[in-house]
Each structure stands twice: as C-alpha cells, then as structure tokens.
Design a protein around this ligand. Structure first.
Ligand code: NHR
Ligand code: GAR
Length: 211
C-alpha cells in the first residue's frame, strides 16, 4: 500500500473527504502550519499522526520549508497532498517532491491563481467557476492540471454561496485524483499529467472519462 501525507492550514474538509474515501493507501500523517487548524482534531480522532510546523517560528521560507520537509519525510510518503494549505512553497521544496505533490485549487485554472479565488471570479463576472487538481511546480498554481470540475455562477451568488458550491465538487474531485495516483495510474511525464489508459494527445484529462 502506498503512503500519503496531507498538509492543511485550517478546517480540513478536503482532508476529511480524502480520509473518508476508502483510498487504496495509508494516511501516514496530517501536518499543519497552524496549531489551531480544526482538521488536526479530526485526524487525531481517526488515530492518524499529526504534527504542527508553525511558519512564524522560522526566519525564512526556506527554513520553514526545510523543517516541513523533515516532518514529512519521517513518514516516507509516496504522495503529498496540499489540502487547503496556505503557504507558498519554495522551489527547493517543490523539486524534492516533484511528481508526488498535488494541490486542489478553488478555481478553473489558469483563471484566478492565488488566494480569494471566489471573489476574483465574482468580480470578473464569469458564468462558470470550479476547482482544479494539479501537480505542484514552483510556479504558483501553474503546474500541470490533472482534473477539473465546473459549477455555474448563479445570479445573487456571494463568496459564501459560490465557495460552498465549489467545495462540494472539491470533495468529489480530490479523492478521485488521489485514488488514481495511489493506484499507480497517474504520473507527471515531460511536464504533463498522464493518466494510464488515456490518450496523451489532446491535452486535458477529463475526469468523467477516466473511471
Ligand atoms: N507552492 C508552489 N511552489 N506552487 C504551488 O502551485 C503552490 C504552492 C503552495 C501552495 C496552494 C495555493 C492554492 O491552491 C499552493 C500551491 C497559498 C497562497 C498564498 O498566497 C497562494 C496559493 C496557494 C496557497 N499564501 C500566502 C503566503 O504568503 C499566505 C496567505 C495566508 O496565509 O492566508 O504564503 O491557492
Ligand atoms: C478549499 O476550498 C481549498 O480548495 C482552498 O481552501 C479551502 C480549504 O478548505 N485552498 C486554497 O485556497 C489554497 N490556497 P478545507 O480546509 O475545508 O479543505
């Protein structure tokens, strides 16, 4: 069984969705940069090892990232999942986990990288919004996209209503992609996401075709 580590910063609802999905792997640890992340209690209640590496205790991003990597590598994971993790990671960290580091981002990338994506989408007036799972590369939210899910933006939406609609899709999409990886079907090849059984040509991997 492959081993995975989940990184969180807060609520941890995507982490819960991953832990409840019956994934074909072992969650070796949940690690947070914030001691008050609610998700830590849920993980502990499942008997999963937890750790806190507080970014404020480090003089530089590189020093924080080195401590974080040490805490992760103690568990020798095959896969590391950013799950509402809110710290930008340095190039050295990202390279160390190249091909085994995934993120779920609450927009249809490449639209709206960074934070406050739902407010960005409302301000832009887009009719479709959603979420993307991608391999993490040094370019923030710029790594190869693996799968996406779209939701309509409805008249009268505010950030809360739109975020809730996207979050429901996140909870379906992220476990699905994690399953592909843990099954050994998903890999990063020449800077593209490759899913076994799908043609590489044409670019995008459409989640509905892949199951
Ligand atoms: N690191 C790299 N190198 N590449 C990516 O693609 C990354 C990453 C680290 C995190 C998640 C990402 C998201 O899904 C992610 C992708 C945090 C910020 C941010 O601005 C931006 C994007 C993401 C996560 N963080 C601020 C910082 O200074 C802090 C913001 C806060 O604490 O609220 O690190 O959106
Ligand atoms: C999720 O919507 C996730 O996509 C987003 O934060 C939320 C975390 O919720 N991630 C980012 O914005 C990363 N910058 P959760 O803690 O309940 O999973």
């Amino acid at each position: 069984m492959k081993r995975y580590v989940i990184l969180i910063s807060g609520r941890g609802s995507n982490m819960e969705a991953l832990l409840d999905a019956g994934l074909p792997g072992v969650c070796a640890a949940v690690i947070s940069n914030r001691a008050d992340a609610a998700g830590l209690d849920f993980a502990a209640s499942r008997g999963i090892a937890t750790a806190v590496i507080d970014h404020r205790e480090f003089a530089s991003r590189e020093a924080f990232d080195a401590a974080l990597a040490a805490a992760i590598d103690r568990h020798a994971p095959d896969l590391v999942l950013l799950s509402g993790f809110m710290r930008i990671l340095s190039e050295g960290f990202v390279r160390h986990y190249e091909g085994r580091l995934l993120n779920i981002h609450p927009s249809l990338l490449p639209a709206f990288p960074g934070i406050r994506t739902h407010a960005q989408a409302l301000a832009a007036g887009v009719r479709l919004h959603g979420c993307s799972v991608h391999f993490v590369t040094p370019a923030l939210d710029g790594g190869p996209i693996i799968a996406q899910a779209a939701v309509p933006v409805q008249a009268g939406d505010d950030v809360a209503s739109l975020a809730a609609r996207v979050l429901a899709e996140e909870h379906r999409l992220y476990p699905r992609v994690a399953r592909w990886f843990l099954q050994g079907r998903l890999s990063l090849v020449d800077g593209r996401a490759q899913l076994a059984g799908e043609k590489a040509a044409g670019g995008s991997l459409h989640a509905p075709q892949a199951d």
